[in-house]
Design a protein around this ligand. Structure first.
Ligand code: OSB
Ligand code: MG
Length: 368
């Protein structure tokens, strides 16, 4: 397959509810899409970076820069490209996994469309539907939080994840437990907001029978995650720390986690995400598919990944309507607390041209 050009496109989608985490608040999703054009057709990928380097070191302006200056040019000058060849071809460029993932996904999508195979089949996904979960941001008041959670439970979400941060942890978790009871599957995500001095405080979450606590400590502080596991009964899940299959293997061998959240962007693409899955399955570590407030393009691909057999826990895969009034693809919907895995070739969806035009704030064509 010859890559003949790549289009970078930024789309801005207002969020139906502002999304506040321990690292900031978002009112809109400014997503970066990559369209790979080849001699056998085109493919799409979504870069999951956010506006500021507050979740990880990547940020969208930086992703645009590294894509156009360092990642796209070598692939455009190659005689031919394959999806499995993208990682090795770009290995001289350090980091920038979200940018690499978006480019690899666009090429993988083009390749799979040309061959008539779905991404789920390519990855070894077997489930036709996957259970949905929802990630609930930090709110100003407890009544607002309870209201939002109540709406999601009515919508059919089987698992609720509460964002926590120092000052917003035991009280909101207790409130949700008291109000909705023990049957709700509840977990929390701290996005690295705590430090070693908070170990005893976090162990108090044991009273609430949580499915897991996600990434309480710094991404490089595996030691504190090991220590928390030793003093707490709540399973520890890693997100930010797991940047590759090797990082997953290291974390598991050091007893730093019980569960792993797999985000394809964070690990450099769907092919590496499948390898993270395999490492975790080999060690008996359950995994689930994380989210980065993706548009329909990224969501479609995440569903394909979540169809793999090791994804035994509900992911942060919610309906398009949980995030946006209008998505750029056909909206993804929740049916019977599950979502359907796309079956069409490649990622299985294509952005709607009108919705795309309306949402576009910037685009650039990079020719071979
Ligand atoms: O840590 O899982 C996270 C969103 C942006 C950045 C990091 C995270 C999140 C979420 C939202 O929790 C998950 C989603 O619904 O897409
Ligand atoms: Mg997380």
């Amino acid at each position: 397959m010859k890559l003949t050009g790549v289009e970078l496109r930024r789309v801005e989608l207002p969020l139906v509810t502002p999304f506040r985490t321990s690292f900031g608040i978002e009112y809109t999703r400014d997503a970066l899409l990559v369209r790979a054009v080849t001699d056998t057709g085109e493919g799409w990928g979504e870069c999951v970076s956010i506006d500021e380097p507050t979740y990880s070191s990547e940020y969208t302006d930086g992703a645009v820069d590294v894509l156009r200056r360092f990642l796209i040019p070598p692939l455009l000058s190659a005689d031919s490209v394959t999806a499995i060849g993208v990682g090795p071809a770009l290995s001289a460029i350090k980091g920038h996994r979200m940018a690499k993932a978006a480019l690899e996904t666009a090429i993988l999508d083009a390749e799979l469309r040309a061959g008539g195979m779905s991404l789920a089949n390519r990855l070894g996904g077997t489930a036709a539907t996957v259970p949905v979960g929802v990630s609930v941001g930090i709110r100003d008041t407890l009544p607002e939080l309870l209201d939002e959670v109540s709406g999601y439970l009515e919508d059919g979400y089987r698992r609720i994840k509460l964002k926590i941060a120092p000052g917003w942890d035991l009280v909101p978790v207790a409130a949700v437990r008291d109000h909705f009871g023990r049957d709700v599957v509840l977990q929390v995500d701290a996005n690295t907001a705590y430090g070693p001095a908070d170990l005893r405080h976090l162990a108090k979450l044991d009273a609430f029978d949580l499915l897991l606590i996600e990434q309480p400590f710094d991404e490089e502080d595996l030691r504190s995650h090991v220590r928390l596991r030793a003093i707490s009964s709540t399973p520890v899940c890693l997100d930010e720390s797991v940047v590759s299959a090797r990082a997953a293997a290291d974390a598991i061998s050091w007893d730093a986690c019980d569960i792993v959240n797999i985000k394809p962007g964070r690990v450099g693409g769907y092919l590496e995400a499948a390898r993270v899955h395999d490492v975790c399955v080999a060690h008996g570590i359950p995994v689930w598919c994380g989210g980065m407030v993706e548009t329909g393009v990224g969501r479609a691909a995440n569903l394909a990944l979540a169809a793999m057999p090791g994804f035994t826990l509900p992911g942060d895969i919610s309906a398009s309507a949980r995030y946006f009034a209008t998505d750029i693809t056909e909206p993804f919907v929740v049916e019977d607390s599950t979502m359907r895995v796309p079956t069409g070739p490649g990622i299985g969806v294509t952005p709607d041209p009108d919705a795309l035009t309306t949402a576009t704030t910037w685009h650039e064509w990079i020719p071979a």
